[in-house]
Design a protein around this ligand. Structure first.
Ligand code: BDR
Ligand code: CA
Length: 365
């Protein structure tokens, strides 16, 4: 702009005022409106490792509808269903959510050291409550799941939260192949285990029972790990009233979740639970908002040999162990040694807040 063009000081001042009012002020205002988004916490980058699975399906849809999370990849592990079925289910789910941009990769075909146990009994013939979702418009990523996990962690050092919600085979394979990922992972939020008895049998929870050797590797890898187990999952009960609430809104994901919940509540009631336990969605909920659970630091190991306890998460609640030394033909307690906790174990949950978050994220989608 040529200032000479302004004949007098007066008109120059008027020009300045107009410039400020019309250009500078609206720009500043726009930036200050945009700033809250810019300065808020960046979405947490997560990889969901899953065996979909009814509650896995709801967990995936919760993650995809939560702005706090940036789903970098979904890797599929056999568990509730076979690896092949799980991959197809995962692809149908991302397609339902219109998220073909998310890499979905196959992983292990079977657990590290035992036969695969599948759970169509609880999840329906197809693993998705017998609901036939439309064939997927998305295609599988050709990479092997554990390799994709390794690659993504190296691409985003210190940023990735791993959320395994099935047996931990893929995560164990990844960390065994490339232990350098351990210090590069932000944290791990596992759905699995229990400190008060199992759902497969008296001692073991299904995901840990599905691959105890893998779980022992994951719990002892040395990364920050939060165990969201049965104890808290059993407190997050979706009731018929919640389902009725979700039935009032519609959308492909909304209606699918209603169908899944109806299938699950019939089963839950048949086996004595007053609602649907939201195991896998709660692990995602914990990644969204860690304060949704209360945790205690404990030393957790996985029993791999017990006659009645294979697959049990053995949690040391006092983080101490007695030191026994030989004395006079017997063992004598000489001291109590501290043990270092390796996990934060969820011991309580704000179930109401979690369920309303879940319903709110799915409603109308
Ligand atoms: C876990 O086992 C599976 O059946 C569910 O998907 C969940 O991950 C609960 O024990
Ligand atoms: Ca699962």
């Amino acid at each position: 702009m040529n200032i000479q063009g302004f004949a007098s000081r007066h008109s120059f001042r008027r020009f300045l005022l107009t410039f400020v009012l019309l250009i500078v002020f609206p720009l500043a205002a726009r930036n200050s409106i945009a700033r809250p988004q810019g300065t808020g916490p960046a979405p947490r980058k997560v990889i969901i490792d899953t065996d979909p699975g009814t509650d896995d399906a709801m967990a995936i849809l919760l993650a995809l509808n939560s702005p706090e999370l940036d789903v970098q990849a979904i890797t599929v592990v056999p568990g509730n269903v076979t690896a092949e079925r799980g991959l197809d289910n995962a692809l149908r789910l991302v397609s339902l959510a219109g998220r073909c941009d998310i890499p979905v990769a196959h992983g292990a075909e079977h657990p590290l050291n035992q036969k695969l146990v599948t759970a169509e009994f609880w999840h329906g013939r197809n693993g998705l409550a017998n609901i036939e979702l439309p064939p997927s418009k998305c295609t599988a990523d050709p990479r092997f799941g554990p390799d994709l996990i390794i690659e993504t962690i190296h691409k985003h050092p210190h940023e990735i939260t791993l959320v395994p919600v099935g047996p931990e085979t893929n995560i164990a394979l990844a960390v065994s192949k490339d232990p350098s990922i351990v210090p590069l992972v932000r944290d791990v939020v596992v759905m699995g285990g229990s400190i008060s008895g199992g759902n497969v049998n008296a001692s073991a929870e299904a995901n840990i029972f599905g691959d105890p050797e893998a779980a022992q590797i994951v719990f002892n890898a040395g990364w920050p790990i939060t165990m969201v187990g049965l104890d808290v999952g059993n407190k997050t009960l979706v009731t018929r009233a919640h389902i009725a609430q979700l039935e009032r809104t519609h959308g492909p994901e909304n209606d699918f979740v209603v169908g899944v919940l109806k299938f699950l509540i019939d089963l839950s009631e048949k086996y004595g639970a007053p609602g649907v336990q939201m195991y896998d969605p709660l692990a995602v909920g914990t990644a969204i908002d860690p304060a949704i659970v209360t945790t205690e630091a404990m030393r957790v190991d996985v029993e791999t040999r017990g006659q009645f306890t294979r697959g049990e998460t053995v949690a040391n609640r006092t983080n101490t162990v007695e030191r026994n030394v030989p004395h006079d033909g017997r063992l004598w307690i000489e001291a109590v040694d501290p043990v270092t906790p390796n996990a934060k174990v969820a011991v309580d949950v704000n179930a109401e807040r979690f369920i309303s978050m879940f319903l709110g994220r799915i409603a109308g989608k």
